[in-house]
Design a protein around this ligand. Sequence first.
Ligand code: PEP
Ligand code: MN
Length: 356
Amino acid sequence: MPPPKVVRGDESMIIVMRADASRADIDHVVERLTAIGADAHVSVGQVRTVIGAIGDRTLIQQLPFEAFPGVERAVPVLKPFKFVSRDFQPAESVVTVGGVPLGGGAFTMIAGPCAVESREQLFTTAGIVAKGGAAILRGDAFKPRTSPYSFQGLGKQGLELLAEAREEFGLPFVCEVVDPRDVEVVASYADMIRIGTRNMANFTLLAELGRQPKPVMLKRGFTATIEEWLNAAEYVYKEGNHQIVLCERGIRTFESQTRNTLDISAVPVVKSLSHLPVVVDPSHAGGRRALVAPLTRAAMAVGADGVMIEVHPHPDRALCDSAQQLTTRNFQRLMDRMRKLSSALDVQLGEAGHKE
Ligand code: PEP
Ligand code: MN
C-alpha cells in the first residue's frame, strides 16, 4: 500500500500572477501543480490573482514558474500564514476605505460611538468626530454582547442611519458584522466591515468576508496569539479579499486594572511579520476613558497605522461601553495633542480631507 500523502502546511510556494494574466495562464499553473500532486489554492483578488502551492517542496521548487505565461514571480513562504506575510509581499499594503487610505505612513483616526443608538446620538457624534478631524466614522448596528439581555444594536435601521451620516458628514464608516447571514446587507452599506474579537476564529464568517469586496478590519481575538490572528487574516485573504486591516484591541491577562491588556508590542511584531496595516483600539483595551489618550499616544509612537476610538455625546447615557467612550471635549483635546505629537514624531495625521 502506498504511504499516505502527507501535505505539510509549511511546504509552500506562492505564485503571483501578473495583473494581465488570463484564465488560461492561471489554469496552466494549477494543472502543473496538480500534475506533481500539489494542492493549488487560487485567490482571485481585485487587482491580481495569487496561487498558493502546498505539497512536496522539492517537487514544487523544480517547476519553472517564472517561465510560465502570465506569472510575475514565485515566492517560497515557510510560515503557516502565507499571503499575509512579509515574505510574500515585502511592501506595506495600503487599504482604501471609502477613499481614505489606511497604512502606508499616515496615522488614521477612526472615531464614533460604540453602537448606533438613535439618529440624534449618531449624528451628534459624527459631527463631533468630523469636526475634530477623524477620517473614518465607527458605529455598530449589530453588537456582540456578553449578556443576551443587553442592547444588541438597531440592525438594518442602524446601517441606514450610518449611510445617512456618511452623506451628511462626508466620512466613510466601519461597522461590525456578527452573523455570516448579515454579511451581504452590511457590505451593501459599510465602507469597511469589522470582525470583532469574539469572532476572530469564526472561520465561516472570515471566509464569507473574504468573498465580498469591502475592506475588512480584523480584530485580534482576546485569547489569540499573533500567529493565530495572522492565520485568521489568511482565511480572508485566501478567499480573494486582499483589503485587510488588523486591529490590536488588547488581550486577556491576569491584570484586572484594565479591561484588557493592550499588547503594544504586537504592533511592531505584526508589522515585521505581515504587510497588512495595523491599527490600535485603545477604548476596548483600556476600558476606561482616562486611558484612551495615553494609549493613543503609545499607538502612534510604536508605529501603528491609526487608532479606533469610541466617542459619545453623553457617555453616562450610552447603551454600551459607557466607561470608555470619550466626551466631545475629551476627543477635541486628544486630537489637539495628537497633532502636536505627530509633528514631533514626523508622522502625518490622517485626518478628514486627506482623501486619495
Ligand atoms: C467594538 O469595537 O465595539 C467591539 C465590540 O470590540 P471588540 O470586538 O474588540 O470587543
Ligand atoms: Mn464598544
